[in-house]
Design a protein around this ligand. Structure first.
Ligand code: ADP
Ligand code: MG
Length: 736
């Protein structure tokens, strides 16, 4: 039998021979001292800027607008001196176009002197404030055509600049927004900043009505839990599906996958710990307050979470975290997979967006306190969130769309596509007592007091019971003093969901304020008026609360009965993006104009179509040119063993059966491939607009890809393992 070493065997050989992962060594520097050393921080600005400039700059973050024209020059000069002292040679406006990634175009600080000898470093206020990358290839959804390709970046002073180190280069990165010549946003940061402003002004309006005169701004706080997979880079490189689409399009079920759930919180493997520690060091330098690290439930799956920060900075920091995870992996001979579903049959990766709102005095309005029944700001915001989820849930659902996240949502490992909230029995009782108007002092009135836990071990300190248990199946779970939104995908920017939450909650806080103001106009105090309107809002939106199992079929039925939308996939959700109700919410809060909404719908649909077509094309090519040739080779070998099948029938029944078996699968693979290729042609040729084309891609490509995969995976189970061309699930899962 001819022997040939497949790329898979070569890669497995390298893995078996060991790797050069560095040891975890003690950090060279005190971790606490090096935190934020590559950030142009508040402290540095206070030290390096004239006091009045520093104060004006700081006030921008709290809604201040008094910015003197020369301030930019002063800040630019200080920023440049600092960046040069950190070794920077280039600067870039670092922005977040609609690709879902970050973008950067580096410019050198160097300007040659006129006589041609030597150079000086130049970086003025003009360079800091505005840039014009030739960015005609970024998606604009029709807001710009290539012949009028002007796009501008503008400095976002509310997120600190930092220097990024990579392969010996040091670049000053200036967080920026990105917009078109006509002033429409072409990125995710602009609407995020607008949504933060909208939320702040409505929440301040509410707090003022309740008599909190010291409240001048309210900022959403966000902590992002990031899940990811790590696999050996050499095995990864032999999987064109992983390299190009981020997920495995083939792969039979391994004998051992996730059945034992023994990976969850298990001891972190040495090689992975070295990686995590390296990631943390790099992120600490960038001022990202990484806090938690652990193994997740699927093999090779891990999680990292920072301490929460203001929504805008947390979003920038999550983008940086994803970038640092991916880059650091390469240095450890690993590949970091941020895709929502890299492997079928084991859990995918999500991103939990923990959200609360706190004001300029540091008050967390989502903190129920010892007596939530009397905590009016908390109750009003709770009512506003329930109303936002009830009336505007398609906007939230749109905040989670993406071809890759469709593999997770509703797949019994992530919340369903139905948007509901879990707040725990204790708070539900509080809300019900407000709806019924019963007196909390009354025995009839079911308001649970804070309870203790008795484990029957006297040596333990007194343990209090949290106001709510956990509900891992709920898309929006109240966890103590924040909501945890769990439907976001691991690769997604947190901007999208926070734009949705901030905007809709701003809208509904505004609705509640209007109701209060109507009563204030009749002579009531703000507090009296608030108590009067609260029961009505709680009653109207009680239906979004659900404490049970969100993965169950009963919930899908019950949700339908309650009239809660169930937008099962991205295309269904995106189809609603341009409806007048959604556009009017975005317009009312000045977060997105109609043109911007339409452009975003277009971009997201195109993104969906593009990804599916790439996956379909890859499926076809890999099946035809990588898997089928190996299957044919195996068939030839079987034929050789079985000699002339007819002649040997009866004597060599086993060999003949094996031969026939493989031949049947190959012919079924051929048929499936033919169908897939036709489907690809049909979708490509479809002149049915982005929505029609996305529907066609969803309905034609996904099922046909599955059929091809089914046959290819059957082959993997019967072909000689030494011939199999691509690393299998078992190879990948159990090589670290
Ligand atoms: P969990 O409750 O999910 O086990 P943690 O309590 O560690 O985990 O919090 C998860 C994330 O939520 C972390 O990033 C944490 O900083 C963040 N977080 C904690 N409190 C708040 C808050 N008030 N607002 C927003 N995020 C918060
Ligand atoms: Mg969590």
């Amino acid at each position: 039998m001819e022997s040939q070493t497949s790329p898979r065997l070569c890669a497995l050989g390298l893995v078996a021979a060991g790797h050069r992962a560095p040891e975890v060594c003690a950090p060279e520097k005190n971790m606490f001292e090096s935190f934020g050393e590559d950030v142009f921080s508040q402290r540095l600005m206070r030290e390096r800027l004239p006091k009045e400039v520093y104060v004006r700059l700081k006030n921008i973050g709290h809604g201040g607008r008094t910015w003197a024209p020369y301030d930019a020059d002063v800040v630019a000069s200080a920023m440049k001196d600092w960046a040069l002292s950190r070794g920077a040679t280039h600067y870039t406006h670092w922005f977040q176009p609609m690709t879902g990634l970050t973008a950067e175009k580096h410019d050198s600080f160097v300007t040659p002197l006129p006589d041609g000898v030597g150079a000086i470093s130049e970086f003025s206020g003009k360079h800091l404030v505005k840039g014009e990358p030739d960015a005609s290839s970024f998606p604009s959804g029709g807001l710009r055509s290539t012949f009028e390709a002007r796009g501008y970046t503008a400095w976002d002073p509310t997120s600190p600049a930092f220097v990024l180190r990579h392969s010996g280069t040091v670049t000053l990165c200036i967080p920026s927004v990105y917009y078109s010549y006509t002033g429409e946003s072409l990125d995710r940061k602009t609407p995020l900043l607008r949504s933060i402003n909208a939320l702040s002004s409505q929440a301040v309006r509410m707090m003022k009505l309740l008599g909190y005169e010291d409240c001048t701004s309210v900022i959403p706080q966000v902590g992002v839990e990031q899940e990811y997979f790590l696999v050996d880079r050499r095995l990864y490189s032999c999987r064109p599906d992983l390299v190009m689409s981020g997920r495995t399009l083939f792969g039979a079920r391994p004998a051992k996958g996730q059945q034992m759930e023994d990976h969850f919180f298990a001891a972190i493997p040495k090689r992975i710990l070295a990686f995590m520690s390296d990631v943390e060091k790099r992120l600490f330098a960038l001022g990202v307050p990484m806090h938690t690290r652990h193994n997740e439930v699927a093999p090779c799956q891990y999680e990292a979470a920072p301490i929460y920060e203001s929504c805008n900075v947390a979003t920038d920091h999550n983008m940086l975290t994803m970038e640092v995870l991916a880059r650091t992996a390469g240095d450890h001979d690993l590949a970091c997979l941020l895709h929502e579903k890299p492997f079928r049959g084991v859990n995918g990766s999500g991103k939990h967006n923990n959200w609360s709102i706190s004001d300029n005095t540091g008050r967390n309005i989502m903190e129920p306190g010892p007596n939530p029944r009397e905590n009016l700001p908390f109750l009003l915001v709770m009512a506003a969130i329930m109303r936002a989820m009830h009336l505007h849930s398609p906007i939230w659902r749109i905040g989670t769309v993406g071809a890759s996240n469709d593999h997770r949502l509703g797949a019994s490992e992530a919340p369903p596509a139905i948007i509901s909230a879990y707040i725990g029995q204790e708070l539900e009782d509080v809300i019900d007592s407000i709806i019924t108007g019963c007196d909390p002092g009354d025995d009839e009135c079911k308001v649970a007091a804070s309870r203790r836990v008795d484990l029957g071990v006297s040596a333990l300190p007194e343990l209090t019971k949290d106001s709510a248990d956990r509900n891992r199946t709920s898309p929006m779970a109240f966890t103590g003093n924040k909501f945890e939104f769990r439907a976001l995908g691991s690769s997604q920017s947190t901007a999208t969901i926070n734009i949705a939450i901030n905007t809709t909650v701003a809208k509904t806080i505004g609705d509640i304020c209007e109701a209060i103001e109507d009563k204030v106009a009749e002579g009531k105090s703000g507090v009296e008026a608030a108590w009067e309107v609260l029961p009505k809002f709680f009653k109207e939106h009680r239906g979004v609360l659900f404490n049970g199992d969100n993965y169950s079929d009963e919930w899908a039925k019950e949700a339908e009965r309650r009239g809660l939308p169930n937008l099962r996939d991205s295309v269904q959700a995106l189809a609603l993006y341009d409806t007048p109700e959604i556009i009017s919410v975005f317009e009312s809060q000045k977060v997105l104009s109609q043109a911007e909404v339409l452009a975003r719908q277009h971009i997201l649909l195109e993104d969906y179509i593009g990804r599916l077509l790439i996956e379909a094309d890859l499926t076809s090519r890999i099946a035809a040119t990588v898997i089928k040739p190996v299957a044919l080779k195996w068939l030839g070998l079987l034929a050789e063993v079985a000699k002339d099948a007819k002649e040997l029938a009866g004597e060599n029944a086993e060999e003949l059966a094996a031969y026939k078996d493989v031949r049947t699968i190959i012919s079924e693979l051929n048929a499936a491939l033919k169908d897939l290729d036709e489907a690809i042609k049909t979708v490509e040729a479809c002149e049915c607009g982005p929505l029609g084309k996305a529907e066609s891609a969803r309905d034609r490509l996904l099922p046909n890809m599955s059929k091809v995969r089914e046959q290819a995976d059957r082959l993997e189970m019967v072909v000689d393992s030494s011939l199999w061309p691509m690393p299998t699930y078992a190879d990948i899962f159990w090589s670290i």
